[in-house]
Every structure is written in C-alpha cells, then in structure tokens.
Write a protein that binds this ligand. Structure first.
Ligand code: ATP
Ligand code: MG
Length: 292
C-alpha cells in the first residue's frame, strides 16, 4: 500500500495490515547517540500509527532509570519493569494499555541500579518477554541515549536498529559513535536512520549522506545504513508533549503526524532481515520459528 493510501485510510476506519497470527513480528530499537533528539516521541507516534492500522504494538521504555514514555503518553503506571526484575510482578501484570490499544512496558524513574542491568537481569528480561504469550506484531524499544551497557544491550537484543539524529554536529558525531560501537564490538552491520526536527528534505538527506560517508569510510562498505526519511520540525510536538498525548492523537493533520504515518508505513513495508544472527534476540523462539 502506498503512503498516500495510508494517509487516506487514517481519516477513514482503521484497516488491518496484518492478522495477529501472521508471521510478522518485528523488534526494532529506536536509539541515538545524543539525547533529546526525539526518540521517545518517535516511539510513541510510530507505534500509534502502526496500532491505528490494526497491528498489535508493544512499546518498551528501556531508558530504565529515567522513564519518559509513560509521561509522553499521559499514563500513570502503578508498576514498572523494576517490579518485574524484583519478582514482585509478572511482566503481563506490569504492562499498561496506551492510546490505540498499544501495550507499554514502563520503566522506573530514579532507580540508579537499573541504569546498568546485570547479566542475570538481562536474561530474565529476555525470557519474560519471550514468554509473553499475547501475540505482538511490532515491538518498539526506546533505548535512551548514549553508549551505556543498557543501550547496547537493547540494541543488540532488537532485530533492527533505528537511529534517530538531527543536523547538529554533536548529534551526527554521537550517532556515528553508537553505530561504531555496535559495529566493531557487536558485529551489527545494519542500521536505519530517521532524521528528526529539520524543515526541508534536503537538510535531512544531508545528515544521512554525512553519516553514511563517515560510516563507510571508517567501518567498511558492508555497513548498511538505510534512510527511512525525516520528521519535520513541528511545534505541534512540544505542544502535545505538554498535554501528554501523542501528536498523532492531538494534531493528526499536522506535518509531523503525516510524516509519522508515512514512516510507519514505510517501516512496515520494508521486510525485516531474514537471518537471525548469533546475538541474543527478544522473542527469539518466535523469530526462529519464522526462519524454518
Ligand atoms: N520534530 C520535532 N519538532 C519539534 N520539537 C520536537 C520534535 N521532536 C522532538 N521535539 C521536542 O524535543 C524534545 C525531546 O524529545 P524526546 O523526549 O522525544 O527526545 P528523546 O530523544 O527521547 O530524549 P532523551 O534522550 O532525553 O530520552 C521534546 O521537548 C520534544 O517536544
Ligand atoms: Mg526519551
């Protein structure tokens, strides 16, 4: 389906893109080197655009010590991932329902020990998610910024990595640093880029070209950086953040919302990589099933 069709459909009744039992599970981390480039808004709104199309969406707030996603979505979770790790609650008990029927796994705020999960906690979390029996079509992980161990872990555990950047030199440099660590230390070779907060397509494409050039030059030509597009600078986004609702809910016709819908469609239309590589993955059992 073409993006324009999806835009039209957005205004009409929601349509199903995929049946829940279809082998469509995608696990995508949304990540950045530099903080504040728009990851949480991207996760909330891309997730919602996909949920509007009938997909079962799970959002994971993986900025574990500094939860943001619940605030952006105006949720008030009673329990968080911390309760799961402390064995006080099971994972399904902690999930909250958000706009469009999305499920959200909330993080905690101000719990420093969560800022670096130990090996046991990582394995436990992967298993809990794997056992989460409800069918999920799309998992989006808001990783938090930087190259901390948690950020790297969630990026490695995801099936695909979506890097968010703007045109500030610091954002581009830090995006490269993140790609470099994931490529050289964890053998991740495939990345997608979403540029956020610019006005013109050519400005966004320039960010892509710069990042592609430097990645290919220093990390080799087998690095794949796919340009997913850009979300324009749009004051509807900070306005929506203040009202703790996704821009797609509050201002569905805004430039930003239209871009989120298009990007969501493009993301879904681009098939996930076929191979399950050697790294540990969320929902690995389901992912493996699809390879057979
Ligand atoms: N396209 C945009 N146009 C205008 N403002 C934007 C846009 N995208 C994000 N913002 C604003 O930028 C700020 C940061 O956004 P957000 O919290 O999504 O970033 P983040 O990458 O998740 O940050 P952190 O690294 O701290 O988690 C917010 O105030 C938001 O309103
Ligand atoms: Mg954030």
């Amino acid at each position: 389906m073409k993006p324009t069709t999806m835009l039209q459909e957005m205004e009409g009744p929601a349509r199903k893109l995929a049946t829940p039992s279809a082998p469509h599970l995608r696990v995508i981390s949304v990540t950045s080197g530099k903080g504040g480039v728009g990851k949480s808004n991207v996760v909330a709104n891309l997730g919602l655009a996909l949920a509007h199309q009938g997909l079962k969406v799970l959002l994971i707030d993986a900025d574990l010590g500094l939860a943001n996603l619940d605030i952006i979505l105006g949720l008030n979770p009673k329990f968080t991932i911390h309760d799961v790790l402390q064995l006080r609650k099971t994972l399904p008990e902690v999930l909250v329902e958000g706009p469009g029927g999305m499920k959200i796994l909330p993080a905690s705020s101000g719990i420093p020990e969560l800022s670096e999960l130990d090996e046991y906690q990582k394995m436990f979390l992967l298993n809990e998610l794997d056992n989460y029996s409800e069918s999920v079509d799309m998992v989006l992980i808001d990783t938090g910024a930087g190259i901390s161990r948690n950020v790297l872990f969630f990026n490695i555990a995801a099936q695909e990595r979506l890097v968010v950047a703007n045109n500030e030199p610091t954002s581009i440099t830090d995006a490269y640093a993140l790609i470099k660590v994931l490529a050289t230390q964890h053998n991740e070779r495939r990345f997608k880029l979403l540029v956020n907060g610019l006005s013109q397509p050519r400005e966004a494409e320039a960010v892509y070209r710069t990042l592609l050039k430097v990645s290919e030059r220093f990390l080799g030509r087998d690095i794949s950086l796919e340009y997913l597009g850009f979300i324009p600078h749009d004051e509807s986004i900070p306005k929506s953040v203040l009202k703790q609702q996704p821009v797609l809910t509050l201002y569905p016709k805004s430039r930003a919302s239209r871009s989120f819908v298009q990007i969501a469609q493009q993301l879904w239309d681009t098939p996930a990589p076929e191979e399950v590589d050697g790294n540990i993955k969320f929902f690995w059992r389901r992912l493996l099933q699809y390879q057979i």
